[in-house]
Unconditional design. Structure first.
Lengths: 244, 242
């Protein structure tokens, strides 16, 4: 049996069980009430998609830069990276969003809440990404750097041609997991009044009093974002793979 | 090549791995460094190859003095080749890509020219059929021969080989030693660190016995191997040649 066929079978089985369980729920379903608000779901989903894509790209860039900071010889640069990671990882995203929007963005004069939301989310995820990258870069044996120097590569060439391609393969699974988290963490952006996917579902629930009918589409909507991401990561992993 | 080293010292923390090591060779094709593990052979070779900067002292190859800054050392490394004990090929690239990488990214060849240039050496050393495999799919001997080729295809002024057979089975050792002997026949200059004493004897124009961070004995192979004046050297050979 092929692997993707097995995936389809298991996914179908799980879906069937869930649907069966739904039939056991007492009372009537109110899909028509929720259907009225379908525009809100679509709009919210698109906002979440846009925010996630932007912070996803940005968080990879932040992660790489901070990972290089963490490995720097200069103690001031290393400390900057370390303190950034510890502060971001040690505090709730909720607080970072509120501080970011009402204090920092206000101080530097950024008013667009989408921009602030994207930046804070990327900064949050970037701290985790930095540690993943640092681990990957450190896992490449020192002898590889030696070998790169011996053939006369510059430090940057050695990083780009020798270290990075090997590290990418090592970190891909962890990075994919972090990006999936990022997409789901974007639901917190509603605290700075961004009308993203989860906020819209919550509103539909409060208009219709149909909780499950409002939140089941939410789950499916998030899967529509995260599954393609996981699939892409697995495909990349396969194309980077080699025996060590 | 002619190598002159004066008062070479290398300290790691408080340990002196090389201690005012000095040597002056004649004009030779091959210099072989032998001696006990931890005696400083590999440390010396890394300095000669421009990979490490010594604490103090000078190294002169054919009137060119080795510089002490990374930028100049990098230029120097581009003119020499280095082969490591554990091959150190790039595992994410095929054997052929490993050979092409320095040609394209360091020596300015186009990809096509680089491809053409590695074809003949791959064939000569019976590695053509393995050229598209990655290092993990090749035997240790094949890997080391690719590593030697990688150092050779850039036409270096000289090669540095750090225990190139220490990680290999006896059969594979033979194929790598054959290749190094071929280098000698083709007139390529090299400095070799090895524990293969009979081989050292065969290929060395001069042998230097390195121990306790300094040169304990130096001269033509025969003289060094039969150096009974130095008890440290004599007991070492007594052990390894038994």
């Amino acid at each position: 049996m092929s692997r993707s066929f097995a995936h389809i079978i298991v996914a179908t089985a799980v879906t069937c069980l869930l649907v069966l369980a739904c039939f056991q729920v007492p009372g009537d379903w109110n899909w028509s009430g929720v259907w009225e608000y379908r525009q809100k779901f679509i709009f919210g989903w698109l906002v979440t998609l846009g925010l996630s894509l932007a912070s996803l790209v940005l968080s990879v860039v932040i992660g790489l830069v901070v990972a290089i900071f963490l490995g720097a010889r200069n103690p001031l640069i290393e400390a900057t990276g370390r303190i950034y990671v510890e502060i971001i990882r040690g505090t709730p995203l909720l607080v970072q969003l509120l501080l970011g929007f009402y204090v920092i963005a206000n101080a530097v004069g950024i008013e667009n809440r989408f921009v602030v939301g994207t930046l804070v989310l990327a900064a949050f995820s970037g701290a985790y990404m930095a540690e993943i990258f640092r681990g990957g870069l450190n896992a490449i044996p020192k002898t590889q750097r030696d070998s790169a120097r011996a053939i006369g590569l510059t430090q940057w060439q050695s990083f780009r041609l020798v270290i990075l391609p090997q590290a990418v393969r090592l970190v891909l699974p962890a990075v994919a997991g972090q990006l999936v988290s990022l997409i789901k963490d974007s639901s917190l952006l509603s605290v700075i009044a961004i009308s993203e996917f989860t906020l819209n579902a919550r509103e539909v629930n409060s208009f219709t009093y149909s909780t499950l009918e409002s939140y089941l589409p939410l789950a499916i909507g998030y899967l529509m974002l995260t599954l393609p991401l996981s699939a892409t990561a697995r495909w990349l992993e396969a194309s980077f793979s080699y025996e060590r | 090549m002619r190598l002159i080293i004066k008062d070479l010292t290398q300290k790691f923390g408080t340990t002196r791995v090389l201690d005012k090591l000095s040597i002056e060779t004649g004009t030779v094709n091959s210099l072989v460094l032998v001696g006990p593990s931890g005696g400083g052979k590999s440390t010396l070779l890394r300095i000669l190859a421009g990979l490490d900067i010594p604490t103090s002292g000078t190294v002169t190859f054919d009137k060119t003095v080795l510089q002490r800054d990374e930028a100049n050392l990098r230029l120097y490394r581009r003119t020499v080749g280095t082969v490591f004990q554990s091959y150190n090929l790039f595992p994410h690239l095929s054997a052929r890509e490993n050979l092409i990488l320095p040609l394209v990214h360091v020596h300015g060849f186009s990809r096509d020219d680089a491809m053409a240039r590695v074809e003949e050496p791959l064939r000569r050393f019976q590695l053509s059929e393995h050229a598209d495999k990655r290092p993990a799919e090749l035997s240790g001997g094949q890997n080391q021969r690719i590593a030697i080729l990688r150092a050779m295809v850039v036409k270096p002024n000289r090669l540095f080989l750090d225990e190139p057979t220490s990680a290999l089975d006896p059969e594979m050792t033979a194929e790598v030693l054959d290749m190094i002997e071929g280098l000698k026949d083709s007139g390529t200059d090299f400095v070799l660190v090895t524990h293969a004493m009979n081989f050292a004897r065969r290929v060395a124009d001069e042998v230097a016995f390195i121990g306790d961070g300094t040169v304990l004995s130096h001269g033509p192979a025969k003289t060094v191997f039969e150096d009974s004046k130095n008890s440290r050297v004599a007991s070492f050979f007594e052990q390894v040649l038994r």
